[in-house]
Design a protein around this ligand. Structure first.
Ligand SMILES: Cc1cc2nc3c(=O)[nH]c(=O)nc-3n(C[C@H](O)[C@H](O)[C@H](O)COP(=O)(O)O)c2cc1C
Length: 384
């Protein structure tokens, strides 16, 4: 499933005084911590060899399709997908009830968006492997367990660039304070199906979104049940991260090398509930929300499960184009999770459709490779 896809080079990243100071600090710590640090290899995405049971039933190409599908983004990286294999070409995609986020996503709206991303990746990877994947949405209510029926048939393979799926990532820092240029803006909105809007930095709407996001983030951070839920998906111990292969880690939080070692050595789940950790999270959101090219609000005509899945699929189509254009994407969902901003957003920015995503976008000088973890395919697939 190789492709001839080449990435556009990103602008070279200048070494700053801060980088140098961090490097010096890290060097001092390496000397001081010696044996501890040696065992601290980066906790990041692994390659897996699928079990014989999986490849015997599905064959390698179908297993690879599912692996590519699972590179989809998801809220808190909870990876809420389950696939029941009825036969090699008949699968049911379901929502894993143990991977819901009831505190921030009580109606499974974001879980359905994540499943939409998963479906889009699956369809692209299937095409590239010589299959057409027909997707029939079966969920009529976002509380339904079964979400879609997937049927594979043979087709001529296309040369869809799978590296786009493998290299897509959420990026939260390092945004350049420049608006999107017209060609990039039009291309991204086109991929979103024309029903979404870009609010450039400096516009009144962008300012509303920036302030609302920070306030919604502040409120959610001090809402204890939501912070407890987040703590369950933040892994500050390497063994826990390695065991779970999901959630958020110091790497995905884009902490510096030095800060990552510190977090792994001296922090644990309880740290997430501490005042200082919460305050640092709010400070980061204030900084992030002020950076970048502005905001894209992705909308759908209604809140039916099929419409939310479609919004996820369209967003994935757009996101997969962004690295080549040097554009980073950062969903900031608190506006859509917390009242009153959730009710106010459509009027505040002048939309007559249902907002499904608030995405911060922006050019970056440096576009690092993905660092968020994924569970192995056998973890979310049930064989007949
Ligand atoms: C529906 C949805 C909502 C998300 N909301 C947020 C958010 O509010 N803040 C944030 O930093 N990342 C958010 N993300 C990004 C996820 O944290 C990210 O996709 C996940 O950690 C996996 O990382 P990756 O996108 O780099 O593969 C969201 C992603 C999805 C699909």
């Amino acid at each position: 499933m190789a492709s001839g896809f080449e990435l556009m080079p990103t602008r070279p990243h200048p070494v700053t005084r801060r980088d140098l100071l961090q490097a010096v600090a890290a060097g001092v710590v390496i000397v001081g911590l010696g044996p501890f640090v040696v065992s601290c290899a980066a906790t990041t995405r692994r390659s897996f060899s699928p079990s014989p049971a999986l490849t015997d039933t599905l064959g390698e190409p179908r297993t690879e399709i599912l692996r590519y599908a699972s590179l989809a983004p998801s809220g808190h990286n909870a990876q809420p997908w389950q696939v029941r294999v009825h036969s090699p070409d008949e699968w049911i995609l379901a929502l894993d009830p143990d991977r819901r986020l009831p505190e921030v996503d009580p109606h499974n709206r974001e879980a359905f968006l994540s499943l939409g991303h998963f479906i889009e990746n699956l369809v692209i990877a299937a095409r590239s492997a010589g299959f057409q994947a027909d997707v029939e949405v079966v969920a009529t209510d976002s509380r339904d367990h079964d979400v879609a029926r997937i049927h594979l048939t043979s087709a001529s393979p296309t040369d869809d660039p799978l590296r786009r799926l493998a290299l897509r990532r959420t990026l939260r820092s390092g945004y350049v304070p420049e608006q999107l240029d017209a060609a990039d803006r039009d291309d991204l909105l086109d991929r979103l199906g024309g029903a979404s809007t870009y609010f450039p930095r400096g516009s009144q709407e962008a300012e509303w979104l920036q302030n609302a996001e920070v306030e919604a983030m502040r409120q959610q951070t001090w809402r204890d049940p939501a912070q407890h839920e987040l703590a369950n998906w933040i892994h500050l111990s390497r063994s826990r991260a390695e065991r779970r292969q999901d959630g958020l880690t110091p790497e995905t939080m884009e902490a510096s090398w030095f800060a990552r070692q510190f977090m792994y050595l001296f922090m644990d789940q309880d740290t997430v509930l501490k005042e200082s950790f919460r305050e640092r999270g709010i400070e980061a959101a204030v900084e992030q929300a002020s950076e970048g090219a502005g905001w894209i609000v992705v909308t759908s005509p209604d809140s039916a499960p099929a419409s939310i899945l479609d919004a996820g699929r369209r967003t994935q189509r757009m996101w997969l184009q962004c690295r080549e254009r040097g554009i980073a994407v950062h969903p900031m969902s608190q506006i859509l999770e917390e009242d009153p901003w959730r009710q106010q957003i459509a009027d505040a920015v002048g939309l007559d459709r249902v907002p499904q995503y608030v995405l911060r976008v922006g050019y970056v000088d440096d576009y690092p490779e993905p660092v968020s973890m994924r569970r192995p395919v056998e973890d979310f697939v049930t064989l007949p």
